[in-house]
Design a protein around this ligand. Structure first.
Ligand SMILES: Cc1ncc(COP(=O)(O)O)c(C=O)c1O
Length: 371
């Protein structure tokens, strides 16, 4: 029996894995202006960039050869910095890739993965690609974690994002440990233990770091990135920290050479400039407080934030706020397709002069208090 000829679209649908049939190409708009919508570092380049640029210009980086396939040198350097063993570390092309690798290593199609929403959209993206069953439970009042609902799903992997994007809320350390213990001891739907993934992408701005707790909680995987406080989003460097044996499975599915030589050099150099990172993080915390107060005095609802961004609800029409800011060259994030975030805007905490520009635009608009 012959197959009828199909056009490209029908052919692609017939061939695609069922899990991804409904997915569309990952093409995002790239608006021009100052990007306050990506939670990146707006306080200038990490000095590591100039250091590596000089090394490149002077021919000290050999790009004719492949990088180390497992970034062994970089793992040793960060292991010292984080007080863990090098076997507990794995680097990825952004922490995005580590989420992908985690699901590849630990989640079979139809197994349950769970998290509280609203949160970072890439968990759902990679889980969908993996064919996992996604359970999303809404945060409670003041963005409290819906712990019972999440545990009731008996997930193979439970993801906590702390501080959470986009709410800015953080999970208490005691809750992290309690959840890790419960996931280890309570059988999942498949009858085995579960993993707790803790995404600390914004950990430098508030909230605690938990990598040192992995010895006590071997089912805990911590994700970190150089894209936020470290100011290297363009270099795409992230990492996972886990028990050595747990990490071995992740490293087993990692593509070799996933980190390029320039990114490896940047990540190394970044360790020479940690005081710069600390200074930036401190400034962000101060500016976050200032901007929050300024917006509150203009009638904005400002959610408490432990991150480098604020989630706010303007008193007026949110679309108008976004449009007016964009016209002034300031791009902020809004969430027209997420009912839970209706009327909200998320904006990265910028340096004071940009904050003043932002407020000047807001002051040209009417607010609930007449401003
Ligand atoms: C919570 C969270 N995790 C991870 C990432 C991804 O970071 P990376 O640039 O390391 O892939 C982001 C980026 O916005 C994020 O908000």
């Amino acid at each position: 029996m012959s197959v009828p000829p199909l056009d490209g679209a029908a052919l692609a649908s017939a061939l695609a894995r069922p899990a991804i049939v409904g997915m569309t190409p990952q093409r995002y708009p790239d608006p021009s202006g100052l990007r306050l919508d990506l939670n990146t570092n707006l306080f200038g380049p990490n000095p590591a960039v100039a250091q590596v640029a000089a090394a490149l210009a002077e021919g000290r980086l050999d790009l004719t050869q492949y990088p180390q396939s497992d970034a062994a040198g970089l793992r040793s350097a960060y292991a010292k910095h984080l007080h863990v063993g090098p076997e507990q570390l794995c680097f990825g092309n952004g922490s995005d890739e580590m989420i992908d690798l985690l699901f590849k290593a630990y989640v079979d199609p139809t197994e349950v993965v769970a998290w509280a929403v609203p949160t970072f959209s890439m968990y759902r993206f990679y889980a969908t690609v993996a064919g996992a069953r996604v359970v999303e439970a809404s945060f409670g009042p003041s963005f409290s974690l819906p712990e019972e609902e999440l545990l009731a799903a008996r997930p193979k992997v439970l993801v906590l994002c702390s501080p959470n994007n986009p709410t800015g809320s953080a999970v208490a350390t005691s809750q992290v440990y309690r959840l890790a213990t419960l996931l280890r001891d309570r059988p999942t739907a498949e009858g085995g233990p579960g993993l707790l993934v803790l995404d600390e992408a914004y950990g430098e701005f508030g909230g605690a770091h938990h990598a040192s707790s992995i010895a006590a909680h071997p089912n805990l995987v911590v994700l970190r990135t150089l894209s936020k406080a470290m100011g290297l989003a363009g270099a795409r460097i992230g990492m996972a920290i886990a028990d050595g044996a747990v990490m071995d499975r992740i490293a087993a599915v990692k593509p070799p050479f996933n980190l390029n030589e320039v990114s490896i050099a940047l990540a190394h150099a970044a360790l020479d400039h940690l005081p710069w990172v600390e200074q930036v993080a401190m400034t962000v915390v101060q500016e976050r407080q200032w901007l929050a107060q300024q917006l509150q005095s203009r009638g904005y609802v400002v959610h408490p934030s432990s991150a480098n961004f604020l989630l706010v609800r303007p008193p007026g029409e949110v679309d108008e706020v976004v449009r007016r800011l964009a016209a002034a060259g300031l791009v902020v994030r809004h969430f027209p397709h997420q009912p839970a975030l209706a009327g909200h805007v998320r904006l990265t905490v910028p340096p004071r002069e940009v904050g003043q520009r932002l407020l000047a635009v807001i002051d040209t608009m009417g607010g609930s208090d007449g401003r």
